[in-house]
Write a new protein. Structure first.
Length: 238
């Protein structure tokens, strides 16, 4: 049976997130538009995923504080989590870490290294290609968390208990990468944008597809946790 996963969609226009994550995850996804303050009424899920967003976790917006509170409670109950980009930063913040703005923007296909120890990146080369787009970073890990991936811009992956998070975007297809890059015209120079667009090639996309293995690894982790706890999605509803 497919695991039941809450898709906490933090994009203000969530169509790309919806398409990409539904394509990549072999799971029963129940979507919530968290920017509209939609959140699950229970914790009756096998796992949760927090997506990317144009927001920063330290913005003083009610939907962000609501999401952070729900995520913290769910993580305390042991629900498996996967955070991506904004989701990575939100999980870090909710669990006691620190997120701060960067002096520059990381965007485009980049190389990330991992330590070979994380279940999330089993089967992925220790030096791998991913698409990145962010101007905030996790500056301090949550207490008890372990970093498993990084590059010269900082932390690209950590784990704490059943929580996994990555700064990069393994879900992106070339269409999303192009749309997001073109949308940075108020933040980046025309030359920088054109350089990133020039790098969105079939070759780079094929290389980045290796990192999509983490979705299968995460759903397998969720299935194991559910089996070990005995229909965890029902047991968590208390």
């Amino acid at each position: 049976m497919s695991p039941r996963i809450a898709l906490l969609n933090a994009a203000h226009d969530g169509e790309d997130n919806r398409r990409n994550f539904r394509r990549e995850l072999d799971a029963d996804l129940v979507e919530y538009d968290v920017t509209e303050r939609e959140l699950p009424e229970t914790f009756a899920f096998d796992g949760c995923l927090v997506t990317g967003s144009r927001a920063s976790v330290y913005w003083d917006e009610p939907w962000i504080r609501d999401l952070e509170s729900w995520v913290g409670d769910a993580a305390d109950r042991g629900l498996p989590f996967l955070g991506v980009c904004f989701g990575h930063q939100l999980l870090a913040h909710a669990l006691g870490g620190t997120v701060e703005p960067m002096d520059e923007y990381e965007i485009g296909y980049r190389t990330v290294e991992h330590d070979g120890e994380s279940d999330l990146l089993t089967g992925v080369s220790e030096s791998f290609t991913v698409f990145t787009t962010h101007s905030d970073r996790v500056a301090e890990l949550p207490p008890g968390a372990t970093q498993f991936a990084a590059n010269d811009y900082g932390v690209h992956g950590f784990r704490k208990g059943n929580v996994f998070s990555v700064q990069f975007h393994p879900e992106y297809d070339p269409e999303t990468a192009e749309t997001v890059t073109k949308g940075k015209d108020d933040q980046l120079s025309e030359e920088r944008i054109e350089a990133v667009l020039d790098g969105i090639t079939e070759e780079n996309y094929r290389a980045a597809c290796e990192a999509k293995q983490l979705f299968d690894n995460f759903t397998e982790f969720v299935r194991r946790q559910a089996e070990d706890s005995g229909t965890a999605s029902a047991a968590a509803d208390d």
